[in-house]
Design a protein around this ligand. Structure first.
Ligand SMILES: [Zn+2]
Length: 270
């Protein structure tokens, strides 16, 4: 749930390339006949690893030899994942409702307030059954600052909606020196806040099955993480979705909701 910044796109391509090579070499020891069985079960065979009794796919899913040989039960949601949208099991309840958002980041207050308002406006103009309102004091979602260290960490959400259907809080943005400055773009910071707000109302990372898509490198994927990762119908694309606001890593650009994001938001909360 930590959103990281990647700045050097050239370095990113190199990392992605090395990652792909590593993935290929891991998978290359598995016969193609097995890889196709894995795909037939509805899983990605990328990065599959042979383990005792079967194969581990998509980072944390164990497929036994017996399961691999069984007839796949290919329901509408059992398919090879792409960079589409996922939500958690718990979502907001008691809709329609207005969720209050407070901004208590300790420095550059005007900038952070403007960015919070930008994020809120992006949601509110969609006509969803959930809207947001910035308040002073402590809102139902409280945006705070804390030193999360260097290394490109920008912020993190405290989690996903509770079983009673309330948003997670707080959203912590990194106050480590130099992470955000007075020259930080309001639109970019607004994108980061909108992303963290997305988690608090139940959005997983768009690329949760393949974090290398936005983060590069040999990062581990997230798995269901005990919170669920339910495919949102209609968001599948044959092409990748590089502009989604819920990608795990930012490239430093402004990411207002793209058409795929709007399908997902409308599906959950219209
Ligand atoms: Zn995130």
């Amino acid at each position: 749930m930590k959103l990281k910044l990647l700045t050097a796109s050239a370095a990113l391509s190199i990392i992605l390339y090395s990652c792909q090579k590593e993935s290929d070499s891991k998978t290359s020891s598995i016969p193609e006949s097995v890889l196709s069985q894995i795909r037939a079960q509805g899983f990605s065979s990328d990065g599959a690893v042979a383990v005792e009794g079967g194969y581990r796919v998509e980072n944390d899913i164990f497929l036994s030899y017996t399961q691999l040989k069984s007839t796949p039960n290919l329901g509408p949601d059992l398919r090879v994942g792409d960079e589409e949208q996922y939500h958690t099991t718990n979502l907001l309840k008691s809709l329609p409702r207005t969720i209050t958002v407070s901004m208590n980041y300790p420095s550059n207050v005007a900038l952070f307030t403007a960015a919070t308002d930008t994020a809120i406006a992006r949601y509110n103009k969609l006509g969803l059954r959930v809207t947001f309102q910035r308040v002073s004091g402590t809102g139902q979602i409280n945006i705070v600052g804390s030193d999360l260290g260097g290394g490109g960490i920008l912020g993190q959400s405290s989690g996903f909606p509770s079983s009673s259907g309330n948003p997670a809080s707080p959203i912590t943005l990194n106050s480590h020196a130099g992470t955000f400055t007075s020259s930080t773009s309001v639109q970019w910071l607004g994108t980061i806040i909108a992303h963290e707000m997305g988690h608090t109302i139940g959005f997983r990372h768009t690329d949760y099955k393949n974090r290398a898509f936005s983060c590069g490198g040999a990062r581990s994927n997230e798995g269901a993480a005990g919170v669920g990762a339910i495919y949102i119908p209609g968001t599948q694309k044959s092409a990748k979705d590089p502009g989604s606001w819920m990608l795990a890593c930012t490239d430093g650009s402004n990411r207002p909701f793209n058409p795929n994001d709007l399908i997902a938001l409308n599906y959950l909360y219209k």
